[in-house]
Ligand binder design. Structure first.
Ligand SMILES: NC(=O)c1ccc[n+]([C@@H]2O[C@H](COP(=O)([O-])OP(=O)(O)OC[C@H]3O[C@@H](n4cnc5c(N)ncnc54)[C@H](O)[C@@H]3O)[C@@H](O)[C@H]2O)c1
Length: 440
């Protein structure tokens, strides 16, 4: 099938590369000239493991191309995937301006029947909105609107795209659903479940899934706070809960709150969607409130660890991205943590294996370091913020000697409290009462 993917970001580029690998002919389009130039020169503009190989293979085999020429891509395609950003507006709602722009462009360049698919995460009713935009242009050509939300996770995006838990297709007509099955034929033959439904249900599935996962994370973060107060260990509690097959072990790691390009914006959009339909989605509103508080609690934890005042002190941060294996800084929990520490008078040094360049566009006044050891140099505390593998087996003697004070704050519960105490650290983590008692 001839396919255009509009928006060549984390989702669009993985979608384009993945669909071309399935055997489709794909043109990826973006308005960002630098991004397209980079891709045409064999440079991948984001960090995503395995993406460079998948892109170069399909470019070499002639199934994948990149362009800024939207009209050419639309005219050449039978199926058009919309994968532009839907960032949050100040009121928490999803900003649909890029989706609307693309819908108008598609209508302007339509030269035959088109399958128009939203890959972007969009509020319920967006499919219908796109349909109306196309109709308003009186193109004389048939447009079938499909919702096909994406569930990939940055850091394992290729595997998630190639072997998803399910493919969700929301289509207004059976022919469109059949064409989607054709596009995803290799997944069909792998017996990946396909959920075929109407457009509205499909749009809601994406928000409901992310809202639920964000709730699970928030739940364990509240349990972690309770653990610190009652003398329990959140990791043991999570294991005990997660072994219940009705609950499952995933998304039960306590930490500095959820972040990233999806959960924060999708939970606030979900609360906003409910409000617009005169319904208060109380759980989602609470999740948003609690998650903000979790991040503030992490700042308090760091301040407490250095004796109650960070003014004039230096804090080293290991990790900046919202999770390992990505360079994405969008809504990373480290953003409010850095701001909070700086507002209280601390100097922040930081190192991240991939996200430093993106962090530099947000924070000029952070001292960016080359590795964990230089980050620790002269710091009054070292904070593990993102659990990159390279932070798991550090030379802790070297770290302790580099630090001004042997204070280690582990926001990801990666290290063992006894071991860290044995190595001479004053160690704090999240929801493990044992080390909280020790540090008090
Ligand atoms: N990043 C994720 O992990 C993830 C996972 C699932 C779903 N999503 C959803 O997918 C969508 C895209 O997310 P992303 O992370 O890929 O965003 P992104 O910001 O990385 O990419 C969006 C791209 O769209 C381009 N763009 C904007 N307007 C355009 C236009 N008119 N024509 C062509 N290109 C245009 C931008 O230049 C940018 O490169 C969002 O709705 C997001 O919620 C993201």
């Amino acid at each position: 099938m001839d396919i255009a993917v509009i928006g060549t970001g984390y989702v669009g580029l993985v979608t384009g590369a993945g669909l071309s690998d399935f055997g489709n002919d794909v043109i990826c389009v973006d308005v960002d000239v630098r991004k397209i130039d980079a891709l045409n020169n064999g440079v991948i503009p984001i960090y995503e493991p395995g993406l460079d190989k998948l892109v170069s293979k399909n470019v070499e085999e002639g199934r994948l191309r990149f362009t800024t020429d939207l009209s050419e891509a639309i005219r050449a395609a039978r199926a058009i995937f919309i994968a532009v950003g839907t960032p949050p507006k100040a009121d928490g709602s999803a900003d649909l301006r890029y989706v609307e722009e693309v819908a108008h462009s598609i209508a302007e360049h339509m030269n035959g029947p088109k399958l128009i698919i939203t890959k972007s995460t969009v509020p319920i009713g967006t499919g219908r909105m796109i349909e109306k935009i196309i109709e308003s242009h009186n193109t004389g050509h048939r447009a079938s609107i499909v919702s096909n939300p994406e569930f990939l996770r940055e850091g394992s995006a290729i595997e998630d795209f190639m072997k998803p838990d399910r493919v969700v297709i929301g289509a207004s007509d059976p022919e469109a659903a059949e064409m989607m099955k054709e596009i995803y034929a290799p997944l069909h033959s792998l017996e990946i479940p396909f959920v075929v439904t109407n457009v509205e249900s499909s749009e809601l599935i994406k928000y409901a899934a992310n809202g639920f996962l964000a709730t699970k994370i928030t739940f364990i973060n509240e349990i972690a706070t309770l653990c610190e107060r009652v003398g329990a260990n959140v990791q043991d509690v999570a294991i005990g809960m997660g072994l219940d097959t009705r609950i499952g072990p995933k998304f039960l790691q306590a930490g500095p709150g959820f972040g990233g390009s999806c959960f924060p914006k999708d939970t606030s959009a979900m609360a906003d969607i409910a409000r617009r339909h005169e319904y208060e989605f109380q759980i989602m509103e609470a999740v948003l409130r609690v998650n903000d508080n979790v991040k503030l609690r992490m700042i308090d934890k760091i301040v407490d660890a250095v004796g109650g005042d960070v003014k004039g002190k230096t804090i080293g941060l290991l990790g900046l991205a919202f999770k390992p294996e990505t360079d994405d800084m969008r809504d990373s929990p480290t953003i409010p943590i850095i701001k909070g520490l700086q507002e209280r008078g601390a100097t922040v040094r930081a190192y991240d294996p991939q996200a430093a360049e993106n962090a530099k566009t947000m924070f000029e006044n952070v001292v960016y370091c080359d590795d964990a050891y230089s980050t620790a140099e002269g710091a009054d505390a070292l904070v593990l913020a993102t659990e990159w593998n390279e932070f798991r087996a550090l030379n802790f003697d070297r770290i302790r000697k580099a630090l001004r004070e042997p204070v280690l704050v582990d926001l990801r519960n990666v290290y063992e409290p006894h071991r860290m105490a044995g190595l001479g650290f004053r160690y704090t983590s999240v929801g493990r009462a044992e080390d909280v008692r020790k540090s008090n």
